[in-house]
Write a protein that binds this ligand. Structure first.
Ligand code: NAP
Length: 484
């Protein structure tokens, strides 16, 4: 199969926060892989920017170490790594001061695409945006990439949007949610809107319910202090889970372009019904045999912050009226997995005598650890003995059919950075979407604060608090087992 890597024009990509965890773990190893795929033309450069007082050679060594630590098999390609490092520059800069800005202005060219990745704390976004303009480093063609968290409530998100809007147009702002860069998430849209088969069934006539799970085995570890002010709702639900919900539930956009897709996602968020507090379960993990409890990790013995949340949400529109969307996410759970499960309704009547088992078509979209899609279908068990029915998963990933290209799938960050360079905002959140998501989550948070809700305890390595199981059991349903 012919490689489908799309060439990009020359660019200067400035990474603010280039010495930080995200840059070292994800952004730089990802860019090296894109370099290897031929998507970093010789005339392009990556310019690291942080306060650390190092020179370009020192920074290149830092990248070499980061790729050795976090890169995949490609890190063994020493010659290519040297060539990649030859396209790296570094400027020591303070987002809040004047040092370094003139040096950056000299480095960034105006005749190539200019992209500025804000991989720093959100409190620095405004200062960076303002200085990029006042030092005339950015222009109307530049793009800025901002990381999550985008605010901690509607008020702060609006403020952040307004600050960025003072310096950049909405079409220049790329709010990243790396879940949207996953191959399977895009495949979900291809499956939904590129086939006749699913769309007619994608509604309350045929779908019983939908589950969205993002489960982690890790605890809050080193980021306990930050996490304790945030919790699972702000850290995961308001962004990742709601974005996945939108893609599952949205109407077909009239075309696959940024605003058409984001308009449809926004309609879903606006159609979410206020959450019934009885449909919400919050939890906190207890200590495991060798691991600390949430409160110990957060160094807050009285913390009421949730490390787990499960909820039943409803979308009030014609397509989804009456169909529950069960969302759950948590830390220190049994398995590390992210998946969306679409459970179709039971057959109204079985013609097969003696077959009393409930057969259901279940579409499972796995985002991690392995990206893929399976559709559970009912078939006849092979062999003699009459019409015995069994349920088998039909693999819709089709890695075999796609050949080696299927293996060379860029990771989410790589894909999204290349989308920034190409100027494609489809997989990025628009300002109004982020605000609408906060407008839905804020009253839920305010509600539990007003009730003094205390999170339920759950065992490390479990599937979360018992109440989360009950949330489903009460409806005669059950969560899909957490499997890594
Ligand atoms: P981090 O490890 O603390 O790195 C912060 C970076 O910002 C460092 O390079 C630091 O370098 C630089 N910096 C701090 N103050 C600065 C200033 N005044 N001027 C210029 N540079 C400054 O943080 P991170 O984990 O990489 O996270 C970066 C952003 O990504 C945050 O918004 C975070 O919420 C978001 N994020 C991170 C992850 C992740 O996996 N790490 C995942 C999702 C989102 P110097 O000290 O040298 O200046």
């Amino acid at each position: 199969m012919v490689s489908r890597v799309i060439p990009v024009d020359d660019f200067d990509l400035v990474i603010f926060g280039s010495t930080g965890d995200l840059a070292r773990r994800k952004i730089l190893p990802g860019l090296f892989r894109r370099f290897l795929s031929g998507q970093m033309p010789e005339g392009s450069r990556i310019i690291g920017a942080a306060r650390s007082d190092i020179d370009a050679d020192g920074y290149r060594e830092m990248i070499r170490d980061a790729i050795a630590e976090f890169g995949g098999a490609e890190k063994r390609n020493k010659k290519a790594l040297d060539a990649f490092l030859g396209q790296i520059e570094y400027v020591s800069i303070d987002a809040l001061g004047d040092g370094g800005w003139q040096a950056l202005a000299k480095l960034v060219r105006k005749d190539v695409i200019g992209a500025f990745y804000f991989s720093v704390a959100p409190s620095l976004f405004g200062a960076l945006a303002e200085r990029l303009q006042s030092h005339k480093i950015a222009d109307a063609n530049s793009r800025i990439v901002v990381e999550k968290p985008f605010g901690r409530d509607l008020g702060s998100a609006k403020e952040l949007n307004a600050t960025l809007a003072m310096h950049f147009d909405e079409c220049q702002i790329y709010r990243i949610d790396h879940y949207l860069g996953k191959e399977t998430v895009q495949n979900l849209m291809a499956v939904r809107f590129g086939n006749m088969l699913f769309e007619p069934l994608w509604n309350n006539h045929y779908v019983d319910h939908i589950q969205i799970t993002v489960a982690e085995t890790v605890g809050v570890g080193g980021r306990g202090g930050y996490y304790d002010k945030s919790g699972a709702m702000r850290d995961m639900v308001q962004n990742h889970l709601m974005q996945l919900l939108c893609l599952i539930a949205m109407e077909a956009p009239h075309q696959f372009d940024a605003d058409a897709v984001r308009d449809e996602k926004l309609k879903v968020i606006r159609a979410l019904q206020p959450l019934d507090p009885h449909h919400l379960v919050r939890g906190q993990y207890d200590a495991g045999p060798k691991t600390a409890s949430y409160r110990e990790d957060a160094e807050n013995p009285r913390s009421h912050t949730e490390s787990f949340i499960a909820m039943k949400a409803h979308i009030a529109n014609w397509r989804w009226a009456g169909v529950p969307f069960y969302l759950r996410t948590g830390k220190r759970l049994k398995a590390q997995t992210s998946e969306i499960v679409v459970v179709f309704k039971d057959l109204g009547h079985s013609i097969f005598e003696g077959d009393e088992k409930r057969h259901r078509n279940i579409l499972t979209i796995q985002l991690q650890p392995n990206e893929g899609m399976t559709l559970q279908v009912t078939i006849k068990e092979p062999g003699p003995g009459g019409m015995r029915l069994i349920d088998v998963p039909l693999d819709m990933t089709f890695a075999d059919a796609l050949g080696p290209d299927a293996e060379d799938v860029p990771d989410a960050y790589e894909r999204l950075i290349m989308d920034v360079i190409r100027g494609n905002q489809t997989l990025f959140m628009r300002g109004d979407e982020v605000e609408a998501a906060w407008a839905w989550t804020d009253p839920i948070i305010e509600g539990w604060q007003a009730r003094n809700d205390v999170p339920k305890h759950y065992d490390t390595g479990s599937a979360g608090p018992e109440d989360a199981m009950m949330l489903m059991h009460r409806d005669g349903r059950k969560w899909r087992e957490l499997k890594g």
